[in-house]
Write a protein that binds this ligand. Structure first.
Ligand SMILES: *Cc1c(COP(=O)(O)O)cnc(C)c1O
Length: 401
């Protein structure tokens, strides 16, 4: 009997005791709404924003209700108008084109490379042909493009960069945190990301007007004076009456849960990367498996792993996924024409204009993806790698006979 893996791919770590204590204190106070503050009190939401701004080295930070809300709010605060083109990666998750649609923009999809990052040459071409003013750059599955080259290219074509850091909270390119390169960055604190409040998100930026607009958009009821990580009052005076309230605030309960986790984030990143490297090492020795190249400048967060098996056809890929599932290993295939759970291909976002991305199609056709929860041990990760390797060998042997 071959060994089966019995871990649960959707089981995250429990919320730390300290976070539970703080959450209970917030509930005991009754003051869950971020603007419901006692005399002299600095609420959890404000403390969290200050701490996350400091972590990112950003001037400003706004906590909000989800990562997707952060994305759409950053686009609106940038000033995306109805029908305006917005560039984004052809390989990303559905909340990204969804946020562009929510802001009224038209997503213009850009090809990716075999290393799963945006193709800078195609970006330049599409920026010129669409005349877009903004790129929603998705660091999809934690893969970071060459940020020096990307920011230079964006400047050349006059495109502002808003970063989707849902998978790169805690990551860096060189010495710069992921999210500190562009005009603004958006993060998610949803359960499957790097810190967990169930739902939640952040926008960080150094841009005064953008952040004043984002704060008003998030539903500040003109109580923005109770924020700390925001620009000065005169900036709000310029934008406050022309910016709608589109409620999407974070509450003190979630902020209380997140603060102790943020303090531990860098330690969590190390724990993810030990596990990632254990799987990577095993898969790296399996013939026919191609792992994305991770440049020296990239300090990633290995909370998931991707690999391609070039040349495997659809039948063989499905057989590989089934063989792994039978042994307890949950692989997701990004090439499936039918959207399955969180994996959907760009052509299933039918509300977008039809676009053709042959390079992305070729890459996704053999791209497999797996979550790495921190509840797995390093030993678990080695076993998972072996199961994938064995299953691939089996599928290949079956296909030949
Ligand atoms: C999860 C995710 C988001 C949005 O996060 P939510 O908090 O679920 O709205 C955005 N981009 C990517 C790539 C994601 O994986």
């Amino acid at each position: 009997m071959p060994t089966t893996f019995t871990g649960n791919f959707t089981q995250q770590l429990p919320i730390p005791e300290e976070a539970i204590e703080r959450a209970i204190a917030v509930m005991r106070s009754g003051r869950l709404h971020r603007y419901n503050v006692a005399d002299g009190e600095v609420p959890e939401t404000v403390r969290l924003e200050n701490e996350f701004a400091a972590y990112m080295g950003a001037r400003f930070c706004l906590a909000c209700s989800s990562g997707g809300y952060a994305l759409q709010t950053a686009l609106r605060a940038f000033g995306v108008a109805a029908g305006e083109p917005v560039l984004t990666n052809g390989f990303t998750l559905s909340p990204v084109p969804g946020a562009i649609a929510a802001a009224g923009g038209n997503a213009v999809l850009v090809e990716i490379t075999d290393d799963l990052v945006i193709d800078i040459d195609d970006l330049v071409r599409k920026a010129r042909s669409s005349e877009a003013r903004v790129l929603m750059l998705s660091h999809m599955r934690g893969h970071i493009a060459d940020m020096g080259a990307l920011m230079d290219a964006a400047e050349d074509v006059g495109v502002a960069v808003i970063e989707d850091c849902a998978h790169t909270m805690g990551a860096r390119w060189g010495n710069t945190k992921s999210g500190a390169h562009g005009l603004a960055a958006c993060f998610s604190t949803q359960t499957y990301k790097h810190i967990n409040s169930g739902e939640g998100g952040f926008i960080t930026s150094d841009d005064e007007e953008l952040m004043a607009r984002a704060t008003i958009l998030s539903g500040s009821y003109m109580l923005y004076g109770r924020h700390e990580a925001v620009p000065a009052g005169d900036v709000f005076d310029r934008v406050r009456l022309e910016t709608p309230n589109c409620s999407g605030r974070m509450d003190n309960l979630r902020a209380a849960i997140l603060r102790p986790q943020l303090a531990e984030l860098d330690r969590l990143v190390d724990a993810w990367n030990v596990r990632y490297r254990a799987i990577e090492e095993v898969l790296g020795s399996v013939p026919g498996v191609r792992l994305p190249r991770r440049p020296d400048q990239e300090t990633y967060v290995g909370s998931s792993i991707q690999f391609q098996v070039p040349g495997l056809d659809e039948v063989a890929i499905r057989a590989l996924v089934a063989a792994c599932t039978a042994r307890g290993v949950e692989l997701k295939w990004f090439g499936d024409a039918e959207p399955v759970a969180f994996t959907s291909r760009y052509d299933s976002w039918r509300y977008l204009e039809r676009q053709s991305l042959p390079a992305t199609d070729r890459i996704l056709a053999s791209l497999l993806d797996m979550r790495i929860p921190l509840t797995f041990s390093v030993e678990d990760c080695r076993l998972i790698g072996q199961i994938i390797g064995d299953s691939l060998a089996e599928v290949r042997a079956g296909g030949d006979s």
